[in-house]
Write a protein that binds this ligand. Structure first.
Ligand code: ATR
Length: 280
């Protein structure tokens, strides 16, 4: 259609509460790009058909969220290395020849928030990753690439943690265990990758893993502090942060893949959290 703008969307089920349209519209305005970005609520049984239809009718890119991230892996014609390692796709991009590239920007988003926004040192540090589902898997390779001393994956179901550790053993020092096997030694960085926050629960890790120097990061976020963030603060850790920055940074990585320009994230993060951004 002559004069039509490039079409983007986030596909999920449910997806009504996604903040991606807001974030990408701010990115587009800031970078002077003309595009449209909408919500696509698609149930699992219609995912493949609806995605192909979106791209066949001129769609340029999709963000993929729950519960479709694993399915998206199988419909991309080519995968980035980080999507392959994550075992999931959160970004699809149409290429000139009509084929679909599948990428995963979640891990890069976490790493960018930790290193660039929060100034957390990771090289040579000990990391406790709580959870062994898709969210945990997605951040393993990008975290290992920063050269931590070790990553301990701990999960309510210990076998899943051990299985995930085996997948990444070739990329660095990785161990898997249940919550009960975590010792009394505090970690430098603790990342909560469980979905416990979504139901107002806490993962049952012992309080001994939190020390006064420990930085705690919850991949979940909400209007109010998440239960994990609140709990970590009561234990006297150095800082406990919800995952707003990861949300915005993974979106910025998707935007860069689609549009070839990386937007500034600080003003968007400030708009979401109500915090003033650096420089106003
Ligand atoms: P996601 O893609 O969000 O990671 P998932 O693959 O269903 O979703 O994984 C959810 C993760 O949160 C798992 O590690 C799960 O632990 P189990 O493997 O033992 O199920 C974890 N989780 C969910 N609710 C939890 C709770 N209340 N306490 C501790 N861990 C929880």
């Amino acid at each position: 259609m002559e004069g039509s703008v490039d079409q983007y969307a986030v596909v999920g089920h449910p997806v009504a509460h996604s903040l991606s349209p807001f974030i990408h519209s701010l990115f587009a305005r800031q970078t002077g790009q003309s595009l449209s970005y909408r919500l696509m609520d698609v149930p699992p049984e219609r995912f493949t058909e609806q995605v192909y239809e979106f791209f066949a009718t001129g769609g340029r890119g999709l963000n993929v969220t729950l519960p479709h991230k694993t399915r998206a892996l199988t419909i991309a014609h080519e995968l980035t290395e980080r999507a392959r390692l994550a075992g999931a796709v959160n970004t699809l991009a149409a290429r000139r020849d009509g084929s679909l590239l599948g990428d995963n920007t979640d891990g890069a988003g976490l790493v960018q928030d930790l290193t660039a926004n929060l100034g957390v040192p990771v090289r040579g540090r000990s990391i406790l990753l709580i959870g062994a589902g898709g969210a945990a898997r997605g951040v393993m390779a990008p975290l290992l690439a920063l050269g931590p001393q070790r990553i301990v994956i701990s999960n309510r179901t210990a076998e899943r943690a051990m299985a995930l550790a085996v997948v990444f053993a070739g990329l660095g020092a990785v161990e898997g265990c249940g919550f009960g096997e975590l010792g009394a030694q505090p970690f430098d960085l603790i990342v909560n990758a469980t979905s416990a926050s979504l139901t107002g629960e806490l993962p049952g890790v012992p309080a001994t893993v939190f020390g006064p120097q420990t930085l705690c990061y919850d991949m979940a976020y909400g209007r109010a502090d998440t239960p994990f963030v609140r709990w970590a603060r009561t234990l006297g850790c150095r800082e406990a942060v919800p995952g707003w920055g990861m949300l915005v940074e993974q979106a910025a990585e998707s935007f860069r893949l689609w549009r070839g320009v990386r937007p500034l994230t600080a003003p968007v993060l400030a708009a979401l959290t109500g915090r003033p951004s650096a420089g106003g």
